[in-house]
Design a protein around this ligand. Structure first.
Ligand SMILES: C[S@@+](CC[C@H](N)C(=O)[O-])C[C@H]1O[C@@H](n2cnc3c(N)ncnc32)[C@H](O)[C@@H]1O
Length: 297
């Protein structure tokens, strides 16, 4: 069963369905069966390949070819109807018509958390084509923003986006861009580089953030977390699939695909003191992300 077949097998509901209802329990059973199939498929693939995948080279190759859009196309696509994705949120199942809206919700929550901390500067490690980072730059106009991304193709798209009038694009509409933030978007320094050797001085940014990026770095997790700790002056904020936010089957899935799945408490081993955990975000069928805010120690 492929991921697409798994999603297609889920029924389409337009209204939230309570987890506790008979219908909700049926959906859960379908999801569990689908997930078990995916785990099995991944294990068979790993056996054939001889390793569980997601080596740094695999990740780079994948993302270099993933960011094929121009900036204009990427910005427009956010406003177009996308793939239906099934989510759980609090005690309901919901159909999210456009998965990109769910990403936007997570970015907005990240913006709320950062606004409270009010760092002077932030750096997003693994910022892709800047989807989350440019939103933060637009919203937090007094925060000096920067980003490091492994794939040069992602950096190129981000640079193109920075030159557009984003307020009047689908992306700007979904994320609520304002004219006021445009200067900070354009000032944002986005460079190609690796989390395994960040092109930054020690303690040179007030806050480091990651958004669905450590998930790709399980193989080099220790090095990536040490590097983030080295460059973070005061805080780090992670939005990643921590083990604690996932049940045993989801953790098995994360393991089978070699995704990041570290327990929150292990962050202490790398010099991070978790001071805030936020789990109220929509959860996709396969696994959940958790926000973890840390002070560096
Ligand atoms: C799922 S994407 C998320 C992108 C972006 N944070 C967002 O939310 O739109 C994961 C990103 O992490 C980047 N990445 C993976 N390994 C990396 C590494 N070792 N150093 C820097 N970036 C990396 C990938 O190239 C990819 O762009």
């Amino acid at each position: 069963m492929t991921d697409q077949q798994f999603l297609a097998a889920l029924p389409a509901y337009s209204e939230p369905v309570s987890l506790k209802s008979a219908q909700g329990r049926r959906i859960r059973a379908t999801i569990r069966r689908g997930l078990a199939h995916l785990v099995l498929r991944e294990l068979l693939t790993s056996l054939r390949r001889g390793y569980r995948g997601r080596s740094p080279d695999d990740v780079k190759d994948y993302y270099e070819t993933n960011y094929v859009n121009t900036g204009e196309r990427a910005a427009a696509q956010h406003g177009e109807p996308g793939r239906r994705v099934f989510y759980r949120f609090l005690d309901s199942w919901i159909i999210e018509l456009e998965s990109r809206h769910t990403e936007a919700i997570a970015s907005q929550i990240m913006g709320n958390i950062i606004e409270d901390i009010a760092p002077a500067s932030l750096c997003e490690v693994g910022c892709g084509y800047g989807r989350n980072l440019l939103y933060l730059a637009n919203r937090l106009e007094n925060v000096r923003c920067s980003g490091v991304e492994l794939a040069q193709s992602g950096v190129d798209v981000a640079h193109q986006l920075q030159q557009l009038d984003l307020v009047n694009t689908g992306y700007g509409g979904v994320y609520g861009f304002t004219e006021r933030g445009t200067d900070n978007v354009r000032r944002t320094n986005i460079v190609q580089g690796s989390s395994y050797k960040l092109p930054l001085e020690d303690a040179s940014v007030d806050m480091v953030v990651t958004c669905e990026a450590l998930e790709q770095m399980q193989t080099g997790r220790d090095q990536a977390l040490r590097e983030i700790r080295r460059v973070a002056g005061r805080y780090a904020l992670f939005y990643e699939p921590f083990a604690d936010g996932n049940d045993w089957l989801q953790r098995l899935y994360l393991w089978s695909r070699n995704y990041f799945r570290t327990p929150v408490k292990s962050l202490r081993d790398y010099g991070f003191e978790p001071i805030g955990i936020f789990t109220h975000v929509p959860v996709k069928p396969t696994f959940a992300y958790t926000f973890v805010l840390c002070r560096v120690v």
